[in-house]
Design a protein around this ligand. Structure first.
Ligand SMILES: O=C1O[C@H](COP(=O)(O)O)[C@@H](O)[C@H](O)[C@H]1O
Length: 266
């Protein structure tokens, strides 16, 4: 790791010289959390995002992880999904299926993708219902503070505009407090119809990792992490602030290039 450090209230920073090093760190990090969770709870409930993240998780399909991770105990969810057919090129499910799920022995019935044959609103309601059933059976834990699901790990990417999951800057769903899963039909990034975990659900997770690469996201990383004053408190990536869980930023040097460097160590 090139640099590591912590920012008050903004979590741990892990900054990597190369994408190869970042991929290894990400695989190690996820494998370790999986082991802890399986030991403590017997299962590992992980929520994925789409975009560049799945490619960066690719080492999990290789040795040693493909053999050492207890894949049978994994339960897969999506922090956000585009409301398109499951075989559509824009589907986050398809991305994960082709890039990860088909390459490791995950139990098919543990993969919880959205209902792609209904409206965005119905898909969000249906997905929340599925999550509620799995909270009842404790496949997903429940937060001690809110009644929200407590995923063992939510892995997020971030767009150059600071969006995470399908929570975009200045969108009214950023204020959603009651629902666990909501929908949008006006995403500024295509496709327009999406479902997304809400901020309270993200912030109830035991662990949240935000994985960001590339210089085009450096300004958003700075605004999400550094002390930039009250104007940016409503940037979606800045609203990621687990109440009791642990937040980790896994960055490459380009994405980290605009961070204030005072608190780094080699
Ligand atoms: O549309 C989306 O974008 C973000 C960021 O994607 P990236 O390709 O810039 O990493 C992603 O995290 C989200 O899941 C996805 O639906």
């Amino acid at each position: 790791m090139a640099f590591s450090g912590a920012r008050k209230d903004r979590g741990e920073l892990r900054i990597h010289e190369s994408l190869d090093e970042l991929r290894t760190d990400l695989a190690d990090y996820i494998a370790e959390l999986s082991e802890v969770s399986v030991k403590e709870r017997g299962v590992f409930a992980i929520a994925l995002s789409g975009g560049s993240l799945i490619g960066l998780m690719g080492k999990l399909c290789e040795a040693p992880y493909n053999k050492t991770v207890d894949w049978a105990k994994w339960y897969i969810f999506w922090a956000d999904e585009r409301v398109v057919a499951k075989n559509h090129a824009d589907s986050n499910y398809k991305l994960a299926k082709d890039g990860l799920l088909l390459k490791v022995p995950i139990v098919p019935s543990h993969v919880h993708s959205i209902n792609d044959s209904v409206s965005a609103e119905q898909a969000a309601d249906d997905y929340e219902f599925v999550i509620r059933q799995l909270v009842k059976t404790r496949v997903i834990s429940v937060s001690e503070i809110s009644d929200c699901p407590k995923f063992d790990l939510i892995v997020l990417g971030m767009g150059p505009d600071g969006h995470v999951a399908s929570l975009f800057p200045n969108h009214s769903v950023l204020n959603e407090k009651d629902q666990w899963v909501t929908f949008i039909t006006d995403s500024p990034k295509p496709p327009p119809e999406r479902i997304t975990f809400t901020i309270p659900v993200i912030n109830s997770a035991s662990n949240v990792a935000v994985v960001v690469t590339g210089g085009n996201k450096a300004e958003a990383v700075h605004l999400a992490i550094d002390d930039v004053g009250p104007d940016y408190l409503s940037l979606p990536s800045r609203m990621v602030q687990p109440t009791k869980g642990k937040l980790v930023w896994i960055l490459d040097m380009a994405a980290a290039s605009k961070l204030d460097s005072a608190q780094f160590s080699n």
